[in-house]
Design a protein around this ligand. Structure first.
Ligand code: CP
Length: 316
């Protein structure tokens, strides 16, 4: 068994939550504790390459009722990098088709001595329901348009790593704020840690209602751009919309896509982020997505460190 650093043992002793369901309920101190644990784990595991044995004998189950590339793979690898066993469940091909309920499905998987259940579902609140029904820890891997807490944490971790701080930065979330669980988790986490958050996009996708949570609302990217330290470019979630929120994708791209022309008018050190999947040519052009300001793939690597940290803190 690899020795666990004393800081990590102490962090787990003082951690008081059994589940990670959202960032709305975490304090600034708790958010910082997760980021600090992730930073130690990233270092101890040689940038998440080296396998540790700290969760040997534990089992993590991935229950995904919506498609995923990054989150699912990342949780699976994070669990295995910590020495845990993993179980992969997909709705397609399961006994849900025979009438078994969602909760019964989860309870049966838990009965195989699962310690942590990672859940993605299209219905907001589904992980909260499971947290009430199960004995094991539950992690929200995205519930409808509600929250995606580990995405929020890995975004914040990446900003802190790149900029050295969160407090005092101006960070714009651009795009489909109305349907983005990533936007909500970013807003709760970043505002608690002292960032100035701007939500920017078409008025059909960005509500003035965010102002009451201390967030600036903007509709003109070119106007806010020179003030921004970080841009997080969110995908338009057509799959969650009944009607198209703007006349054409081309029109959206003209007003909101981050391209070379806009980059020239931004702060020299601006950090360009996107939670993925990205639609090249819609929210970001390929030269910017693959350029020196982009940390999009660093976000994915940091997702491993953050998810290892969350698994470590929740597993007793
Ligand atoms: N960012 C994110 O949640 O990606 P996936 O949908 O591929 O997991």
């Amino acid at each position: 068994m690899d020795a666990v650093p004393r800081d990590l043992l102490r962090a787990r002793e003082t951690w008081r939550h059994r589940h990670l369901l959202d960032l709305e309920r975490l304090t600034a101190e708790e958010l910082t504790a997760i980021l600090d644990v992730a930073a130690v784990i990233k270092q101890e595991s040689d940038d998440c390459r080296r396998k540790l044995s700290w969760l040997a004998g534990r089992t993590v189950a991935n229950l995904f009722f919506e498609n995923s590339t990054r989150t699912r793979t990342s949780f699976s690898l994070a669990a295995r990098r910590l020495g845990a066993d993993t179980v992969e469940f997909s709705a397609s091909g399961s006994s849900l088709s025979k009438g078994e309920t969602f909760v019964d499905t989860a309870r049966n998987i838990e009965a195989m001595n699962v310690d942590v259940m990672v859940v993605r579902h299209g219905t907001p609140g589904t992980p909260h329901l499971l947290a009430q029904q199960l004995e094991c820890s539950v992690i929200n891997a995205g519930d409808g348009a509600h929250e995606h807490p580990t995405q929020g944490l890995l975004d914040i971790f990446t900003i802190r790593e790149r900029c050295g701080r969160i407090a005092g930065l101006t960070i714009a979330l651009v795009g489909d704020i109305a349907h983005s669980r990533t936007a909500r988790s970013n807003i709760w986490g970043l505002t608690k840690l002292g960032a100035h958050v701007i939500v920017c996009g078409p008025s059909t996708l960005v509500s003035r209602g965010w102002e009451k949570f201390g967030v600036e609302v903007a509709y003109d990217l070119d106007e806010i751009l020179p003030r921004c330290d970080v841009l997080n470019l969110l995908r338009i979630q057509f799959e969650r919309q009944a009607t198209r929120p703007f006349p054409s994708v081309r029109e959206y791209a003209l007003l909101y896509a981050m391209d070379r022309r806009r980059l020239e008018r931004a702060k020299p050190g601006i950090v360009i982020m996107a939670p993925g999947p990205i639609n090249r040519g819609v929210e970001i052009t390929p030269d910017v997505a693959d350029g020196p300001h982009s940390v999009i793939l660093d976000q994915v690597t940091n997702g491993l460190a953050v998810r290892m940290a969350v698994l470590w803190l929740l597993t007793r």
